[in-house]
Design a protein around this ligand. Structure first.
Ligand code: GTP
Ligand code: MG
Length: 198
């Protein structure tokens, strides 16, 4: 649920990067952080284990322009992908406005991708949200690896609803901003649709 502050004329939106362990969620945020003008970004906060696995979440606030005189801020979060951190994932999903599902293109990670996507759908449902109605995009990450599955197979498996989807190689930055813009567009369209109903 976007938070609209009328006195400061700000809209705050929450975007969550979801996906299996080591698929590259944190790497996406690190790239956005590295390439965003200091005036437009806040501190990136990461709570990680000693081996750089996300323990609770990563958080990055960025400003993405104005709509109708309101400054829009996007709060980007990643969940920990490791299966046993489900309670944290549920918590981080609370109040979400848009979701990026980051899939790992490596063939041997396909089952983990499918499991994580099912886990996302279930955790949203527990909050009364339907993945088919939330602004949602899919990123096929790690396209640089030789064991990457064919794109058409990944699309059929992970994106039957044909939401906007993007190829990426997050550690070089390829596809990272395209993905972020894709989900931001979805969130802003949703806001416009809701505000025109009021
Ligand atoms: N080859 C390749 N490696 C990548 C790519 N994106 C991320 N990585 C690497 O994959 C590893 C895991 O990336 P993270 O961003 O920490 O993964 P995560 O999804 O945040 O993992 P959890 O926090 O455990 O859920 C790191 O070593 C990254 O450098 C990519 O596109 N290609
Ligand atoms: Mg992480």
């Amino acid at each position: 649920m976007s938070f609209i502050n009328y006195s400061s004329r700000e809209i705050n939106c929450k975007i969550v990067y979801y996906g299996p362990g080591l698929c590259g969620k944190t790497t996406n945020l690190q790239h956005v952080y590295a390439r965003t003008n200091p005036d437009l970004k806040g501190k990136m906060i990461s709570l990680a284990t000693e081996t750089e696995r996300t323990l609770f979440f990563d958080f990055l606030p960025i400003a993405l322009g104005e709509i109708r005189g309101f400054r829009t801020r996007f709060h980007l979060y990643t969940v920990p992908g490791q299966v046993f951190y489900d309670a944290s994932r549920k918590l981080i999903l609370k109040g979400v406005d848009g979701v990026v599902f980051v899939a790992d293109s490596q063939i041997e990670r396909m089952e983990a991708n499918v499991e994580s996507l099912e886990n996302l759908r279930l955790n949203l449902k527990e909050q009364g949200l339907d993945l088919d109605r939330v602004p949602f995009v899919v990123q096929y990450n790690k396209r640089d690896l030789p064991n990457a599955a064919p794109l058409a197979e990944m699309k059929a498996l992970l994106n039957p609803g044909q939401v906007p989807d993007f190829e990426a190689t997050a550690h070089t930055g390829a596809g990272v901003f395209e993905t972020l813009k894709g989900v931001a567009r979805g969130v802003l369209n949703d806001l416009k649709r809701l505000s025109s109903k009021q």
